[in-house]
Each structure stands twice: as structure tokens, then as C-alpha cells.
Design a protein around this ligand. Structure first.
Ligand code: ZN
Length: 235
């Protein structure tokens, strides 16, 4: 058995001038995907379950699934959260804490379109309702290009910020831009995280490194068939 961990960015209609249109999955596409997975018998698990699975523990669920979102866009709350509630799926949002409550772009100079990010109340409300919250750093930097002190601050201050909002521990990290190396992985572990998700394509297998967990990207160009293909067949 392998665990598919999906990752999304924006659940919204692509903004007209957006450069990276693939980062948008429309609410209609998302709804269709979630209802299909539910109908096929997939059941969402906790991020801790993914960890115990890689360490060799058996899962009680036959078709496990983890649904994640990177960056912390407000459209996750507006367009994804109600659908997930309707099908009874949990999910996990990795938040770049420097963007909370703001309107801006994720640091890529080519993208000019502003997005609204989740505010503290929305994060709290979802977390209280079973949405798992993880850290995606503070400023969405390439972790492997940061000076050691800056990297450590990105990891520890974002964790502390979220823990302070949620009054519970934040144990998972996802690498901004999927950028990491052995040194970054060591720093993530040292900062007190128990696991980290990459953008390396694949499903999670027994024996995988807890700080190098693979995911399956879902973008707006996927039709329902290649969406399903990746979940079922991707190594
Ligand atoms: Zn990101």
C-alpha cells in the first residue's frame, strides 16, 4: 500500500492576468475531485498517520488519503473548506506566516496578480474544526539558498507563530518551492518538526524518510482521468 498525499494551491477561478494559471483549480473541478474520491472509498487520515505508516505501522483505513494546500490562500477557506466538510474529508494547510491576513503574491517576480491570504480568525476556525495546520515558513523563500541563521528563523518563528495562534503544537513543514537538501532537512528536524512534505512527485511508501515525504500535485490542467491516474498509479 502507498498513501497519496495531494497538494493544491488555489481553489478559485484563474485571475485574468495570472502567469501561473495551473495553480488554480476551479471550485467546480475541486468539488468533482472530492466527490469522486469519496465515492471510490478514499478516507482522509491525519498527518501523524502518514508518519506512523512510513515507520511501518499498519493503517486501519483501506484507501488512505491526505489532502494538503500550500501557502495559505483565503480561497482555501472560501471554496475548498465547505466542499471538504460536505464530503467529510479532513485536510491540511501549510501556511507562510508572513502572508497571514495580507493581500500579495508569493515571491515570484513574474507573477503580478495579488491573492488574499487566510487571516488569523479563518485559520483558528478551520483548525478548531479539524483542519490540520502546518508551517510553510515565513516569507516563502528557497530554503536551500538561505543563510543558516535565516533558515532557522524561518523554521522556528513560523512554528511559534502558528502554535501561539492555535494553542497547540505544529509538527509538520512543507518546503516552499519544494526546495530542500540534507542540511535543510536537518534544520527542520532540529527546529522540532516531526515530518516534512516535499513537492517530489509520488505516493508515500513504508520506509520513506519522514522529512522527505512525497506528494501528488493537482493543477487546473488535470482532467478527472489524469487526476485519478496519479492517485492510483503514481509510484
Ligand atoms: Zn508555496
Amino acid at each position: 500500500m502507498k498513501i497519496p498525499v495531494l497538494y493544491y494551491h488555489k481553489i478559485d477561478f484563474p485571475k485574468k492576468n495570472a502567469v501561473y494559471k495551473g495553480l488554480y483549480v476551479t471550485p467546480k473541478q475541486f468539488k468533482r475531485q472530492m466527490f469522486l474520491l469519496k465515492r471510490l472509498g478514499y478516507r482522509t487520515i491525519r498527518p501523524e498517520d502518514v508518519l506512523s505508516f512510513v515507520k511501518g505501522h499498519k493503517l486501519s483505513v483501506r484507501k488512505p488519503l491526505l489532502i494538503t494546500f500550500d501557502d495559505g490562500y483565503e480561497n482555501n477557506y472560501i471554496n475548498a473548506y465547505p466542499v471538504l466538510k460536505k464530503v467529510g474529508f479532513s485536510s491540511m494547510i501549510f501556511i507562510s506566516t508572513g502572508f497571514v491576513g495580507k493581500k500579495r503574491v508569493v515571491s515570484d517576480e513574474r507573477e503580478r496578480v495579488l491573492e488574499d491570504f487566510l487571516n488569523i480568525e479563518e485559520i483558528r476556525l478551520m483548525a478548531d474544526d479539524g483542519v490540520f495546520i502546518g508551517s510553510h515558513g515565513i516569507n516563502h523563500h528557497f530554503s536551500d539558498k538561505l543563510e543558516e541563521g535565516v533558515l532557522i528563523n524561518e523554521l522556528t518563528a513560523s512554528k511559534a507563530y502558528l502554535e501561539n495562534i492555535l494553542k497547540s503544537s505544529v509538527d509538520f513543514f512543507s518546503y516552499p518551492f519544494g526546495s530542500y537538501n540534507a542540511n535543510v532537512m536537518r534544520a527542520v528536524k532540529k527546529a522540532g518538526y516531526s515530518g516534512a512534505f516535499t513537492t517530489d512527485k509520488g505516493r508515500v511508501s513504508v520506509g520513506d524518510n519522514s522529512y522527505e515525504l512525497k506528494r501528488i500535485p493537482v493543477n487546473g490542467y488535470n482532467n478527472i482521468f489524469n487526476f485519478l491516474y496519479k492517485i492510483i498509479f503514481l509510484q
